[in-house]
Design a protein around this ligand. Sequence first.
Ligand code: DX5
Ligand code: ZN
Length: 216
Amino acid sequence: MQIAPSFLSCDFSKLGEELGRMDKAGADLIHLDVMDGHFVPNITFGAPVIKWGRPYTKLPFDVHLMISEPHRYIKDFAEAGADIITIHVECDSDIAETLDLINSFGIKAALSVKPNTPASAVFPYLDKLYMVLVMTVEPGFGGQSFMADMLPKVGEIKRYAKSVGHDIVIEADGGINEETIAQCAAVGIDISVSGTGVFKAPDAKEAIAKLKALAE
Ligand code: DX5
Ligand code: ZN
């Protein structure tokens, strides 16, 4: 299992240092939560912040766009150094066109489903996708409780992808910590996002090692 610490829980006064700290702690990717105050009731940061952070780590940047019109900003996030860009299937942009746009920059495209959206919503777009992000909390804030009832979506997506001969990476996001990661591993999640579980732990290296061990 790969671990992607969510940058949302970092100390933003030390942005560069915090990224370096995750690098040394053994993170596999950095998850960056972009919120526009419209798609979700919270505002975080945009492409310039991601660009400032880019020189501080070689880890892949996994950019999670919780914004209403992602197609307007894909170029900015591509130029800022994103390696994976996730959009929400519930957003207002044309999904197929936006995924094509992400792929046109040579960036891995991903699609996310909120808790009330069925897994089948991503099926029509599978051939354009590197990854599906299953939300295990209502998007908008870090530090919420894990929704275990979202886990059956993982098997549904994996089974459907296999039936059409498409390999897909599954990421889960929200409330993943020492108490909940084993459940994620049990259903075959490939990447777990963890914000508070890693950034707020007294020792990030220990926290990541423990999450990985619990996922085995
Ligand atoms: C929620 C974000 C998550 C969040 C995870 O909208 O997408 O990435 O930061 O934080 P924790 O691990 O604290 O739930
Ligand atoms: Zn996220």
